[in-house]
Ligand binder design. Structure first.
Ligand SMILES: [Zn+2]
Length: 271
């Protein structure tokens, strides 16, 4: 499963235990690139730097340093951070060693991930961030905001919720789940979604994300173990991948394809 926002959030929280306030003593860059080249100054900038905080924007993890630079990572399709691995493997492309002696290895077998160094003061202007909409867990996302963003739009509400310019970091699973909980037909023209429906949708988006983050957090104890891996956990969804299964309303979950991707929904209760 591709890492989604909750996996990135859980990864950042796990990394913070080992990095926040810590000095990076050594940096190993073991290949020139992932999806794109590692910054040439990566090792030089990070070696000896102190981590001043961690964060997340959309599906990017942020590691802020006292060098006025932020390491921005994306896990791509298969990336994960390994904490204190028993041994390093050929897919551990970037390895940070803290002054306290912890090894943090960014492992990415398929190499669809990325690592960048961005001027901390200008993060919001960095091209991948510049056009992003509000965070789904932040205060800017409100029913009124969505009403304005959807105004006059005839595209299906499901597709617009996946548009990162409208809401940042929402992936296919969470959009399906949130629409299912809010009882909104994923095929509905976004501009026709009523304010009461959007008042169900916003808390549903927050709830599905928060529940997944908490499910990931409950596996946080694994982080302290050798070969502990951050970023992936099992979570049961109500609609996702449940084609043909009964809905609590008495209907049956259906799968359709929208924009080339599967949508699971209940045609009986999602209107
Ligand atoms: Zn139903």
């Amino acid at each position: 499963m591709v890492p989604e926002l909750p996996e990135v959030e859980t990864t950042v929280r796990g990394l913070a235990r080992f990095l926040d306030g810590e000095r990076i003593a050594r940096v190993a860059v073991n290949r020139p690139d992932l999806r794109r080249a590692f910054p040439v100054e990566l090792a030089q900038t990070l070696t000896g730097a102190t981590v001043t905080g961690l964060g997340r924007r959309a599906k990017y993890g942020l590691i802020h340093t006292d060098r006025l630079a932020t390491l921005v990572f994306h896990l791509g399709m298969s990336g994960r951070w390994r904490i204190d691995p028993e041994s390093l493997g050929k897919h551990d492309h970037l390895v940070l060693e803290t002054a306290a002696g912890h090894l943090l290895a960014l492992c990415d077998p398929r190499r669809f991930g990325s690592v960048d160094l961005v001027d901390t003061a200008r993060l919001e202007e960095w091209p991948p961030f510049a056009a992003l909409g509000p965070e789904p867990l932040g205060p800017e996302l409100s029913p009124e905001y969505l009403k304005r963003a959807f105004e006059g739009r005839v595209a299906a509400i499901k597709l617009l919720l996946l548009d990162q310019r409208i809401v940042a970091g929402l992936g296919n699973i969470y959009v399906c789940e949130a629409l299912f909980r809010a009882r909104i037909d994923p095929r509905k023209a976004a501009g026709r979604a009523s304010l009461p429906a959007l008042r169900r949708l916003v808390p549903a988006i927050r709830a599905v994300l928060t529940e997944s983050i908490e499910a990931g957090g409950s596996s946080l104890r694994d982080y302290a173990q050798p070969s502990g891996q951050l970023g992936y956990f099992a979570y049961n969804f109500d609609a996702y991948d449940r084609e043909g299964e009964p809905c609590s309303c008495g209907g049956t979950v259906r799968r359709i394809v929208q924009g080339g991707r599967s949508t699971w929904f209940c045609p009986r209760c999602q209107r």
